[in-house]
Write a protein that binds this ligand. Structure first.
Ligand SMILES: [Zn+2]
Length: 420
């Protein structure tokens, strides 16, 4: 078995790994790196691949898959769970609306991708010629999976994005992968320990009470898939007394997730949290709700678009109000500007934010110690590729794995081919 690294080499974004099993080629993820212009992984010829696996719906894993279907042919099976297909469609459609000009495909190619879909359950093997592909629950977003590829006695485990501690919304990742010969492991937080989840939860709920009890409104900008629903579930689990409001694309994600209770940790909690929230139906309601004592959850998580811009502008003018940042804030995003400088610049002029801004850690990725817990469970003596992190995170992580476990670990370059 050989693996070609097409993307996510010493960077977060545009994941793509090609597993070559003699004459069978299985592409694992094919995502985009979202910058002002989207950046794509290395090219593969669609006719050279036999199947594509999508670990989860986030665009840095799913966003470039439609480019494999430009010919209109449905010959390449796309493998993922049903929620991953539905959430990918939602996110890719939105990306086409925003960045369509830069993309080599259109919505019709997304339709072809969906026509080619083979919906897998977790642990349900799928044969691609004589190679076996199995998805394991990854705990990262609804429907998210790690991938196992087996061929001629060799076994590869690709974590995808992984969360082994679980959350209010999701069960923990399934790490029962057995002896392996190669591991491709994400390195996002390999050099960072995040705050314990309960601490973030408690502090967020306390902040919400503080803001509302002084007569303010709390705005929680959140990614529409997973984070928005996770935050709603946190408030519900803490029996939060005040009104919860959800808006934007998070509502469509709510509907999709609600259709797949088997993929949720606690479907009842999800139903009461999301069902108990007010879903904003239009502009007249949106304009009123910013003056009510409530918590508003709406995308985008980094304030790059969606109704988050309206909410930030409305909420930031009053010091009674609060803004809780619960997502990663990338360099150069309006969310980062707000966090670092307490300023916003949406329509060409810098404005001061008077509302109280706080940041809370709610990552869907493993922390450093949890990544090592995965490695502690490894049986066999696998080659390890550290990917999906910035350069130092991937390189340092590989060095630590070599020292601690003696595995042949390194941070691959884009285009590198690794033999097992
Ligand atoms: Zn992800």
């Amino acid at each position: 078995m050989k693996v070609t690294v097409l993307g996510a080499a010493k960077e977060v974004g545009r994941s793509g790994f090609l597993a070559n099993c003699n004459n069978t080629n299985i592409l694992m993820d094919y995502g985009v790196l979202l910058k002002r212009e989207p950046i794509f992984p290395m090219h593969v010829k669609p006719r050279d691949i036999n199947a594509v696996v999508i670990t989860h719906a986030h665009l840095d894993h799913s966003g470039f898959v439609p480019s494999l279907y430009l010919s209109g042919s449905t010959d390449i099976p796309a493998l993922a769970t049903l929620p991953t297909f539905e959430l990918s469609e939602l996110l890719i459609e939105d990306m086409i609306k925003i960045s369509g000009f830069y993309l080599p495909f259109e919505y019709i190619d997304v339709v072809t991708m969906l026509k080619s879909s083979k919906k897998l359950q977790y642990r349900e093997p799928f044969m691609v010629n004589d190679a076996k592909v199995t998805l394991h629950e990854s705990g990262h977003v609804v429907g998210g999976a790690s991938v196992i590829v087996e061929h001629e006695g060799k076994k590869l485990f690709y974590t995808g994005d992984i969360n082994t501690r679980g959350s209010k919304l999701l069960r923990r990742a399934d790490l029962d992968f057995g002896p392996i010969d190669m591991m491709i492991i994400e390195s996002t937080y390999s050099q960072a320990e995040q705050a314990p989840r309960e601490k973030s939860e408690r502090e967020l709920v306390e902040f919400a009470y503080e803001v509302i009890e002084r007569g303010g409104t709390l705005f929680v900008p959140s990614f529409s898939v997973e984070r928005a629903q996770e935050i709603a579930c946190v408030f519900k689990a803490y029996n939060f007394k005040h009104k919860l409001v959800m808006d934007g694309m998070a509502l469509k994600a709510n509907e999709i997730m609600g259709r797949h209770p088997a993929f949720l940790r606690d479907a009842e909690l999800f139903k009461s949290a999301v069902g108990g929230a007010e879903w904003i139906a239009g502009w007249s309601r949106r304009k009123k709700v910013v003056n009510e004592p409530c918590v508003i959850i709406s995308p985008a998580g980094m304030l790059v678009g969606g109704s988050a811009i309206f909410y930030t502008q409305a909420i930031m003018t009053d010091e009674k109000n609060g803004i809780a940042l619960v997502s990663y804030q990338g360099e150069g995003t309006p969310g980062r500007l707000l966090l670092d400088k307490r300023m916003a610049n949406f329509d060409g002029k810098m404005q001061k934010c008077y509302a109280d801004v706080k940041r809370f850690e709610f990552s869907g990725h493993n922390s450093r110690s949890e990544l090592f817990e995965i490695l502690d469970r490894v049986q066999g003596n696998p080659k390890v590729l550290t990917v999906h992190g910035d350069g130092p995170s991937c390189e340092k992580f590989a060095e630590e794995i070599r020292q601690k476990y003696g595995f042949d670990a390194h941070a691959p370059e884009q285009g590198e081919i690794v033999d097992v």
